[in-house]
Write a protein that binds this ligand. Sequence first.
Ligand code: ZN
Ligand code: ZN
Length: 186
Amino acid sequence: LALGTYLIAHDENIMYMIDIHAANERINYEKYMKNLSIQQTYTTNMLFPLQFEYTHNEFLKLKDNIEFIKSLGFEIDEFGTNTYRVTSHPSWLKEGYEEESIKKIFELIIEISDKFDRVKFNEAAATRLACKMSVKANTNIGYLEQEELINNLFKCDFPYTCPHGRPTIIKYPIYELEKLFKRVNS
Ligand code: ZN
Ligand code: ZN
């Protein structure tokens, strides 16, 4: 049963209430973290190169980190005043959301460029991308998607919280429910 924001499922003993956005975030977060931590980068050439214009200060901050950006799997060059052109991107960016994802990643690099730290970068990039790419609260998802969400969630290393630390699942014992409905004596 999906109620837009939450999904309710149960087995013999326990009722599970799942926050769809938080669960989706956890799944995506672990996927992004894996992709960000592998050495091998797969690159996708873009049919239509994208241009990103910045303030001069932002432009310089990206320039400081240009080798790092390339190491992620981007092909990027300067293209006119304070503008970069991206001609390929790491293959793990979600299809259809390439521009948004690239913006997020560059925005983060600009933000932390003064005290750049790879571990912090991976964490923050995975969290922000996961949030952006996850089903929004109050969206109805189909039955197959619900099943897939639950299966993928339980395959995660840390299924019980989203990357921001919010719970993804609340468990409630069926036995307690039965007490509330006075089906059993407490
Ligand atoms: Zn979120
Ligand atoms: Zn979250």
